[in-house]
Ligand binder design. Structure first.
Ligand code: GLA
Length: 738
């Protein structure tokens, strides 16, 4: 079973996943009775007997008050091993929970009880209940493990209990949980940073002693950082080495603090919110955090990513088994110049090359001729669509495609009927400016009336136009994030806003089961495992240059699976960065996820339309492998050197190979495949660019042992060291019975 009690006193549990074990023990201070919930082990799977040994191997309790490693009165080493180190007692680290009672902080938690519940479908949950020694305040640490994933889910609930002496409870920090990374001689971190049009830049480096904070204070996940980290001992590579990963499933502000103590020892604590906001809890009120997820993997960053992907597909995505359709989006082609005739012309061309879902972007509503007005006025643009949008949507459906629309429900322009009617609906503070970004203000989605308004118009829109898809955008961070009517409780909006966004999405899907939703925030500003419970795809970046996308996709794929990664083929030269590139390379990069087209098809010559049709056809023949398969990132730095991504689903294998700098002499010519059955034989279904003859293994119909394909490799034409820049190939193999 996933959660196994290990002793008769009920204070030691082994959380078992298919290939890892996570040990939790409660230790009580013999003098004060204070409780510490400690992580005793997190690593390769142990038998229950070995786990019991591991828990006692240290030869005595490691507690914030005890001195397993007696150093001095200036330090409490075991604090870093706690599941939720609080601000209180003899602790000086960054607290995962900080609460004030009237004017005093310093929590003193005592153990109340613990219980394991069978949640069905191979999942079990452990709840450990703690209570403050004096104040009516309770903390519940929850841990969920499942039989089919190594990802462990944790979260925390805090409650202001009724019946105690009256006290004002203020929460200034409430993390979902802290994870201890076992001792190593060195530590290295991996994470992503970014900016608008440059999201998901992978960074990897030695973990300095101190506190490393990845955070967003923007009210959204943000382009600047993404809420996950991986820690290794500096030795892990794609396919080897132990990696510990932590990810937070939340789409509002967040903070992930990695502490590397001077005395050694590393922990990662993650939760919603950022410094500053204070959440008050009245008697009877509780706060539940979003889940923080932990994953141990023994086989490198590649295996870690595959585990995250599998977990996401099994336990996060609402429609994981559906193949994502090939999408067309009109944004780069038409900008705000959206008309019925123009969109229908694009739709005809899109349908003719094999597109399955046509999405009309910004510009269809209010008086939206540019980005200065009309957000909030969600009715068809009266001049452009005097009869409404029905004819356009029917036209798209009539061509055999699904139909989608861009919306930005959380926003309003000051120049809009909505804002003139409801100036109090935006985030604002008394005596403060209302700063605009992109000429827009943020609607206070924490308000139930705003939530209900959004749900109503979105529901009507989807029903009236029979929509299959919404691109849900969010184009600016919070500023002056207040809600004056709420007084002391207004900071709760930082949480309730995100929850209401989730709720609107969830209820829309419930009411319209066919509806699929894309999460966009000026590109990749809202990419996380929280919003993914209610959405199907992400728009990772407004930068559609294929070379830049390779870097972005590399960072994105560390955690998020290809079936969530929307990628469009756009025009050359690229409108954002100005780089020119062959159509084929642009396609092969976009085919690494959910293929879409975003170029101005009206301007593409017939030869390009035919090539596009052929490549889309090829993508459709292998997309089940790309979208649902296991991903292997192979060879050099994506976007800069010869590189490849490879996917395996059962016996099907697809490799996309790239050579951005065609004349580069350095770099591999043979691509060693990964993840195959060494004893099986594979037949070449598609060998890449047939126009070039390359000695090697890519002759159509030829058969090779899995072991040879992994040990020796294949030799893609695109990787030959002499030739034009931006050569690429798709190679397809299929397992055959000998
Ligand atoms: C954001 C999105 C773009 C596009 C525009 C429309 O920037 O990321 O894809 O939808 O808004 O205004």
């Amino acid at each position: 079973m996933p959660v196994t009690p290990l002793d008769q006193h009920g204070n030691l549990w082994a959380v078992m996943t298919p290939s890892s074990t996570y040990l939790i023990g409660v230790e009580l201070d013999p003098v004060t009775g204070e409780a510490a919930v400690l992580q005793k082990y997190w690593g390769p799977r142990l038998s229950p007997e070995a786990a019991r040994e591991a828990a006692t191997a240290s030869g005595g309790p490691a507690t914030p008050w005890g001195a397993r490693r007696h150093i001095s009165s200036f330090s409490t080493p075991a604090e870093i091993e706690e599941l939720l180190p609080v601000d209180g007692g003899k602790r000086w680290g960054s607290p995962s929970l900080q609460v004030s009672f009237d004017h005093a902080r310093s929590l003193e938690l005592h153990f109340v009880e613990a219980a394991v519940a069978d949640e069905g479908a191979g999942a079990e949950r452990l709840d450990i209940v703690l209570r403050d020694a004096h104040h009516p305040f309770e903390v519940v640490l929850s841990v969920r493990a499942r039989e089919d994933t190594d990802v462990i889910e944790r979260w925390t609930t805090v409650r202001h209990l009724t019946g105690g002496a009256p006290v004002a409870v203020g929460v200034t920090r409430l993390d979902s949980g802290s994870w201890f990374v076992p001792d190593a001689t060195a530590y290295r971190y991996s994470g992503v940073f970014g900016a608008w049009a440059e999201e998901f830049q992978l960074q990897r480096g030695p973990l300095p002693v101190g506190e490393l904070v990845f955070t967003s204070r923007q009210g959204i996940t943000s382009h600047h950082a993404n809420p996950w980290i991986m820690i290794d001992a500096g030795e892990a590579v794609e396919e080897h080495g132990e990696v510990w990963g932590v990810a937070l499933a939340w789409s509002g502000s967040w903070r992930l603090t990695t502490t590397h103590r001077p005395e050694g020892g590393v922990s990662v604590s993650a939760g919603f919110g950022h410094d500053g906001p204070r959440w008050t809890l009245g008697p009877g009120e509780e706060l539940v955090t979003p889940p923080v997820l932990g994953l141990y993997t023994g086989d490198g960053f590649g295996a870690a990513s595959r585990s995250w992907h599998e977990y996401t597909r099994r336990h996060v995505l609402p429609a994981p088994d559906e193949l994502r359709p090939v999408l067309y989006n009109s944004w780069e082609a038409t900008d705000f110049d959206v008309t019925e005739a123009g969109q229908l012309e694009l739709a005809r061309r899109a349908a003719s090359v094999g597109v399955e879902l046509f999405v009309v972007d910004d510009g269809w509503f209010g008086e939206r001729d540019d980005d200065t007005r009309s957000l909030g006025d969600w009715w068809p643009h009266r001049k452009r669509f005097p009869q409404g949008l029905r004819a356009l949507m029917d036209g798209i459906h009539g061509m055999g495609m699904r139909a989608g629309l861009w919306v930005e429900p959380e926003m309003v322009n000051a120049d809009s009927e909505l804002y003139r009617a409801h100036p109090d609906w935006v985030l604002h503070m008394e005596h403060r400016r209302r700063d605009e970004k992109r000429q827009q203000l943020v609607l206070n989605f924490a308000r139930d009336d705003v939530r209900d308004w959004a749900l109503a118009w979105l529901g009507d829109l989807v029903a009236e136009l029979d929509l299959d898809y919404l691109k849900w955008d969010m184009n600016r961070p919070f500023t002056q994030a207040g809600w004056p009517e709420r007084g002391a409780a207004q900071d709760r909006l930082w949480i309730d806003y995100t929850r209401n966004v989730y709720e609107v999405m969830a209820r829309l899907r419930q009411a319209h089961p066919r509806l699929r939703i894309e999460s966009c925030s000026g590109g990749g500003g809202r990419v996380d495992l929280g919003v993914l419970r209610h959405t199907d795809e992400f728009w990772p970046s407004d930068n559609t240059d294929a070379r830049d996308r390779q870097t972005i996709q590399h960072g994105f794929s560390q955690i998020y699976p290809p079936c969530t990664m929307s990628a469009w083929v756009t025009d050359s030269p690229n409108i954002t960065v100005g780089r020119s590139m062959p159509l084929r390379y642009r396609f092969h990069v976009a085919m690494a996820g959910v293929l879409g087209v975003g170029g101005d098809l009206a301007a593409w010559p017939q030869a390009e339309l035919s090539e596009a049709a052929e490549l889309i056809e090829q993508y459709k023949s292998v997309r089940h492998v790309i979208q649902h398969g296991r991903l292997y990132r192979l060879a050099g730095t994506p976007g800069q050197e010869r590189s490849a991504v490879q996917y395996v689903l059962d016996g099907d294998v697809v490799a996309l190979v790239y050579n951005p700098a065609g004349n580069a002499k350095r770099g591999p010519r043979w691509l060693r495949l990964a993840g195959l059955d060494p004893d099986a034989r594979y037949e070449v279904v598609l060998g890449g660019d047939a126009a070039e003859t390359v000695p090697g293994r890519l002759v159509q119909g030829s058969r090779w042992h899995g072991s040879a394909l992994m040990a020796v490799g294949i030799r893609p034409a695109a990787w030959e060291p002499v030739g034009a820049d931006h050569r690429s190939d798709m190679v397809v193999l299929r397992r055959v019975t000998p």
